[in-house]
Structures are given as C-alpha cells and as structure tokens.
Design a protein around this ligand. Structure first.
Ligand code: HAM
Length: 460
C-alpha cells in the first residue's frame, strides 16, 4: 500500500489539546524501559559472538521491488502493509517491513559469496508495517534478525532455532517452538494443487476472507482463525506427506539436533508463515506467558530456510540460507508477563554533593575527574540543599558521598562521608579521586575474598 495523505494518518485524536502526538502504531521508548533494552542488547551481543554472527546495519529505505520480489507480491506484507512512496527523484521506495530481503541483497551486492561460507549476520533494527495496532502489534517494531547464508546444512536451521530459544530463555522467557517443513517449491506446487482441490470441495463453508485466500494464496488458509476452520483444516492434506526424501531427511536432522540440544518443539503441520521465500524448515516461537490482546498468542519470533531467495534476487544458484526474526517489543511484553524485567533504578557507588555557587562551579570539574577515572558516580547539580542530595545518594545506594561546600572551596579540600557509618573526613581536593578509587578497590577485594571464603565453607 502507499503512504496515506497526512490527514488520514493524523496523530491519535486528543480531546484535551491539539498538541502533536506520536502517529498511530508508533511509540516512544522511554527511560523506564531502557534497562530491559540494555539487557536485550547485552544478551544479543554475547549470543551472536559465541555463534560467530557479525553485525550488519541496514538502510531503512530500500527499492520497493526488493520486497515485491523477495517477500512476494501476494503476501499480506507487500499487498497491504508497506509504507511506500515515490521520492523527489521519482524513485519508488519502501520503509523496510522486514530484514531478510535486505540482508540477502547485501550478501549479493558485497560479493559475500566469495567469503568462507556460511556467512552469518545479525541485525537489530526497526521494521515498518501498516498493521492494525494492538498490544504487541505496532507499525514500527524492532526486530533481532539472525541470518546464516551460503549453506543448506540442517545444523544451521537447528542453530538459529537454538539461538532464538536461548535468547528468550536468558531474558527469563520460556518459549515453545512450533516447527514444520514446507519442502521445495516443486513439492509445494503439488501440495498447493491438492490443498486447493480440497478447499474448493468445501467452498460453501468458507468465509468471504477465506474464499479470497483460496483464490490468491491457498496456503494462508492453514493459518486462518475463521469460525469452523479448525474442523476443515483437520481433514486437509498435510504437506509433510508430500515431502521428497531429501527434504524429509533434512527435516529429520533438524529435529534430531533440536532433541540433542534439548530445545522443546511441537510439530505443527499447519504452520506456513506469511512470507513467500521460505523453503523446507519453518518455525515460530510462542511464549509460555501469553501477553496479546485477550491473552491471545502472538509469536515472539519466527523464521525458516530460504534457499530460493538469494538466487531469486540475482545471486548464485543453490545458495542455501536460514534465519530467524525476533520481535523485541513482544519479548519485552513477555518479560513483563513472566516477571523478568530487570530493575531500572539508577545506582551509583559514589554520590557528589555541592553547596553554593562556587562549589557547584568547581564541583563540575571534580565530578568529571571522578567520571573519567571510571568511578560509578551520581549527582544532583540542579539541587542546592544538602539534605535533598543525601537523600538521593541513599536512593542510589551510594556507599560514599563527596561533599563540597563554600568553606572547602576556600580551603582546597572536600569531605568524604561514609554513607553507612556516617563518619566524615576532610581530604585534599587534589587527592580525593585517588583516595576514593583506592577505597572502592579495597572494598571490592574484601567482598571477593568474603565470597570465596563462603564458597569454600559451602564446599567443605
Ligand atoms: P515475521 O514473522 O514477519 O518474520 O516477523 C518476525 C517477528 O517480528 C514476529 O514473530 C514478531 O515477534 C515481530 N513482529 C512482526 N510484526 C510485528 C508488529 N507489527 N509489531 C510487533 N512485532 C512484530 C520476518 O520478518 C522474517 N524476516 C524473519 C526471518 C528472518 N526469516 C528468516 N530470517
């Protein structure tokens, strides 16, 4: 679809004022949520490093034809959900609705087929889809993508599934993997022919939407949620019975690797996914803690093998590839539902207090020295009152407060206050950073020693 004129995509109406608001389906990610995002980013970095995935940062805009060819002209994404426009130079472009087509383009464009295969890439980028907004469904969402290109080895299918599952688990979200095999395009062709025949035989029972799906993309009938479809689907032919020996073996191996790695999965013969590039393995991850509208199950992630995509976009024939995409906002909703959101409270080992204009001025320089020495230091320069500043230090769980007043500025000193004992001492301003660094180090050493002793006691 094309981007609608401004009036149609007007900001959410507000009764109170005419102030500007975010567009429908778009959201700000406020500081409260950042601890979760940072935890996610740390988890992504360690996971992708361990499995040898390099990061790729993709442009937000691509030629519309990339998605038309890659994702498929008759998919929901391309038919209804793309933000497409023609720029000042007359070029038709689209805000990327997903990352796989872009990564496949980059693989070809940068000659990555000449590198050792497989080439493994990851991205974490916003995606844009003009969908009906609801909890867990936005018009801009962030996706973690994992793509392993240049190999058709089933161990890679298992690896991306294991990584997607492990990623969620490390964030406190248990998931179940639904898995299926869609076979090769040839297999799918004969399957779709039989599926069409079957549903045509039951055409009268189909809703208007499903009748349309039967005309345009019969595979989509398998994930229809329309009334009465469960029964109809139960009698439909299943793709698994059509798989050729090579695909069957490939799929069996994926399942064996998953068994070995203890990744829980369910075979779901109706899982087809909504993008045309898939071949062989397809999968989706569902959270054990539902978070969607009315407790509905929105998938946390999905993916599969796409052996035909790179050749389709102009790359070398027979370039196998497999990948996964995980919705970050949905993972956060699942973390909330599972009670695994990290604590967002700011703490600081040291808190810097200042009293009076001269102290504030000199304090800014001293504060920078603490920060540059790697000390975890907090401040409230906008406050003038000592009591208020010490209260903040308490909230930040600081064990040391530095106090700089008018007198100290004149004397060239500062006060170091032990926040637990309440004891205070006056030290030379030039030496304070070194003293505090040393004190923090001593404390850390003592804590490490105590921990070691405790562990030793436990083990004996
Ligand atoms: P997808 O299933 O369309 O696959 O999207 C992947 C994930 O992105 C979904 O499971 C969901 O968590 C999240 N997501 C999708 N749409 C929205 C939305 N409107 N709001 C919030 N979250 C959303 C792909 O995009 C494929 N490129 C995945 C892939 C990578 N296949 C192979 N490699």
């Amino acid at each position: 679809m094309s981007v609608k004129p401004k009036a149609e995509i007007a900001a959410k109406p507000s009764k109170k004022s005419k102030s500007l608001e975010t567009l429908r389906g778009f959201r700000d990610i406020l500081p409260d949520e950042q601890a979760a995002w940072e935890k996610i980013e740390d988890t992504v970095r360690s996971l992708t490093r361990a499995y040898g995935f390099g990061r790729i940062r993709l442009p937000a805009l691509e030629a519309t034809s990339l998605f038309e060819r890659g994702v498929g002209k008759e998919t929901d994404i391309v038919e209804k959900e793309m933000f497409t426009f023609v720029d000042q130079g007359g070029v038709k472009m689209t805000l990327r609705p997903e990352g796989t087509a872009s990564v496949a383009r980059a693989y070809i464009e940068h000659g990555m087929l000449n590198q050792p295969q497989p080439v493994k890439l990851w991205y974490m980028e916003p995606m844009f889809r003009h969908e009906r907004p609801q909890a867990g469904r936005y018009r801009q969402h962030w996706q973690l993508g994992l793509e392993a290109m240049g190999s058709d080895d089933s161990v890679l299918d298992a690896q991306v599934i294991l990584m997607a599952h492990g990623f969620c688990r490390e964030l406190g979200v248990e998931t179940m993997v639904n898995i299926n095999s869609l076979g090769t395009p040839a297999v799918r062709k004969s399957y779709v022919a039989d599926l069409t025949k079957y549903f045509k035989g039951h055409a009268k029972k189909l809703s208007e939407t499903d009748a349309r799906r039967l005309q345009r993309n019969p595979l989509r009938l398998l994930d229809s949620k329309e009334e009465g479809m469960e029964e109809l689907k139960a009698g439909a032919p299943q793709i698994i019975e059509y798989l050729d020996d090579e695909t069957k073996q490939h799929f069996m191996k994926v399942l064996e690797y998953l068994d070995e790695a203890e990744v829980p999965y369910t075979l779901n013969p109706f899982l087809v996914r909504g993008l045309d590039y898939y071949t062989k393995t397809v999968f989706e991850l569902v959270s054990a803690s539902p978070f969607g509208e009315n407790g509905s199950q929105l998938s946390l992630g999905g993916g599969g093998r796409y052996d035909g995509l790179i050749p389709l976009l102009g790359g070398r024939e027979a370039t196998g590839a497999v990948g996964a995409g995980i919705g970050i906002e949905r993972v956060i909703l699942a973390m909330k539902a599972a009670g695994s959101m990290p604590d967002n409270k700011r703490t600081a080992d040291v808190f810097f207090c200042q009293l009076g204009e001269a102290a504030r001025r000199q304090g800014m320089k001293i504060y920078e020295k603490f920060r540059q020495s790697g000390v975890d230091v907090g401040e409230a320069f906008a406050k003038g009152n000592l009591k208020a500043q010490l209260e903040i230090a308490d909230k930040m769980k600081s064990t040391i407060a530095i106090i700089l007043g008018q007198k100290e500025v004149l004397d060239g000193t500062v006060i170091i206050r032990d926040m637990e004992a309440g004891a205070q001492e006056i030290v030379d301003v030039e030496k304070v950073v070194g003293i505090v660094v040393k004190r923090l180090q001593d404390r850390e050493d003592k804590q490490r020693e105590a921990k070691r002793a405790e562990e030793k006691k436990k083990n004996t």
